[in-house]
Ligand binder design. Structure first.
Ligand code: IMP
Length: 429
């Protein structure tokens, strides 16, 4: 046993990048298994800030091996840009970064199709995607028409790509989008292909061999349970399996190798993009959470919608992914409040429910049932021991644990690496 999965337990943006960064010391490998550059994992090291979109956050730790698993969809041009930025900042990737040869390529036309489809949807139907081509790429994967990284190693890759671009122009025309210039598009792709070739290979064997050698693997989930294609607020979701199950299908590491699941949980709720969010606050309190928490998308810069902590969603997430411990983040954002609300259940059509309904239209109509607890009204960012937290902060954490049935293993009280309290060394079995 040597693999732990870290997942987002709400609508993404729970602060996974920082927690991954803190845990990477204990891991030999850090592996992404789903999503693409719709993700933006922010890590602060001293005065430096890094935002990683495709490359696992473990790359910031010298010596750690990183894998872009085959469950991901990877834009080769965006990946080259991310690699160049890291190289310019002195991060060496040679021999440390492996791109699974089974991962699918996000092509320039996927981005245009993503934007074009969104434009065709009526208000109320729009998903508010990151427009990174994620949905159309996964659609092509499932339709069995996609291109994979193993194809880039074939001699006829330029022809394969040319055919795909030509075909995509008909698809673009059908939704009223401008066509791509085939040769210019091909040239920029081929430049990226040459750069990436040395990093492409089989990832299933090295990961399973690593486990045989008792090495530790940390799976870095992106987005969160409520954006999961199956479990999320469909259709206002992303197109991948963000929950723990995705780690097995997205890498080829079998489920029985998983020693633990850590759910990253923000002390309140946020969401970017469209779709239901029962505890959303469209008032001054929502504004306060946004400004205190710096709640702006790391990928698109969009303001995040903010609201009270929703225990129904946290409980649902714990159930689906078998979460062993919470990493509770951004508790310090609540420092100034005298009263804090927690959503403990919903009311739907006069009935009290304690799980997430399948239909987004029903979730939209759910009215949160709140209980109110005391705030602590003092800064906790410099607290380094759980015992030293104000009583009201400890009570807030305990209430979340009670409502969700999951204990807290890690507390994050600020963006810096050292604003973290590890309560329980729960990783890797
Ligand atoms: P897509 O993943 O770009 O197709 O976007 C689908 C939905 O997921 C939109 O509501 C996005 O805002 C949301 N989304 C995608 N990636 C992230 C993320 O990393 N954090 C938060 N929301 C995300």
């Amino acid at each position: 046993m040597g693999a732990t999965i870290l997942i987002g337990s709400q609508w993404g943006d729970e602060g996974k990048g920082k927690i991954i960064d803190v845990l990477t010391n204990q891991a030999d490998w850090v592996v992404r298994y789903q999503g693409g550059n719709n993700a933006g994992h922010t890590v602060e090291i001293g005065a430096e800030q890094y935002i990683l979109h495709l490359i696992p956050s473990g790359i910031l730790h010298p010596g750690k091996r990183c894998v872009i698993g085959h469950g991901m969809v990877v834009d080769p041009i965006a990946l080259c840009e991310e690699m160049s930025e890291l190289e310019e900042r002195g991060i060496d990737m040679d021999g440390r970064l492996l791109i699974s040869d089974r991962a699918h390529l996000v092509m320039p036309y996927h981005r245009l199709l993503d934007a074009g489809h969104e434009k065709l949807l009526a208000d109320g139907e729009k998903i508010g995607t990151t427009q990174r081509g994620i949905g159309p790429t996964y659609a092509d994967k499932i339709s069995r028409t996609g291109l994979r990284y193993c194809d880039l190693l074939a001699d006829d890759i330029a022809d394969l790509m040319r055919t795909q671009i030509e075909r995509s122009n008909a698809r673009l025309a059908a939704i009223g989008s401008d066509p791509l210039d085939v040769e210019t598009t091909l040239a920029s792709l081929m430049e990226a292909v040459e750069h990436l070739k040395p990093f492409i290979g089989d990832a299933i064997v090295p990961l399973n061999d690593a486990l045989e050698r008792d090495e530790k693997i940390l799976f870095e989930g992106a987005q969160g349970t409520m954006l999961d294609i199956d479990f999320g607020s469909y259709p206002f979701v992303t197109s991948s399996s963000c929950s723990a199950g995705g780690a097995a299908t997205g890498t080829g590491v079998p489920p029985h190798r998983i020693a633990g699941v850590l759910g990253v949980l923000k002390a309140y709720t946020t969401r970017v993009g469209e779709g239901p969010m029962p505890t959303e606050l469209k008032d001054e309190m929502g504004e306060m959470l946004r400004s205190e928490g710096g709640e702006y998308g790391a990928t698109t810069g969009r303001p995040r919608r903010c609201g009270w902590f929703d225990a129904v969603i946290a409980r649902y997430s714990a159930r689906i992914s078998g979460i062993d411990r919470w990493a509770l983040t951004k508790l310090d954002v609540l420092d100034k409040l005298d009263k804090i609300k927690i959503c403990v259940a919903y009311e739907l059509d006069g009935r009290r429910i304690d799980t997430v309904p399948a239909r987004s239209k029903d979730l939209e109509r759910c009215v949160p049932v709140y209980e109110e607890v005391e705030g602590w009204q003092t800064s906790i960012s410099d607290v380094s021991r759980h015992d030293d937290l104000p009583a009201a902060a400890k009570d807030y954490i305990a209430r979340i644990e009670e409502l969700t049935g999951v204990e807290t293993g890690i507390l994050s009280l600020g963006p810096r690496r050292d604003s973290t309290i590890v309560l329980d060394d729960c990783l890797f079995g």
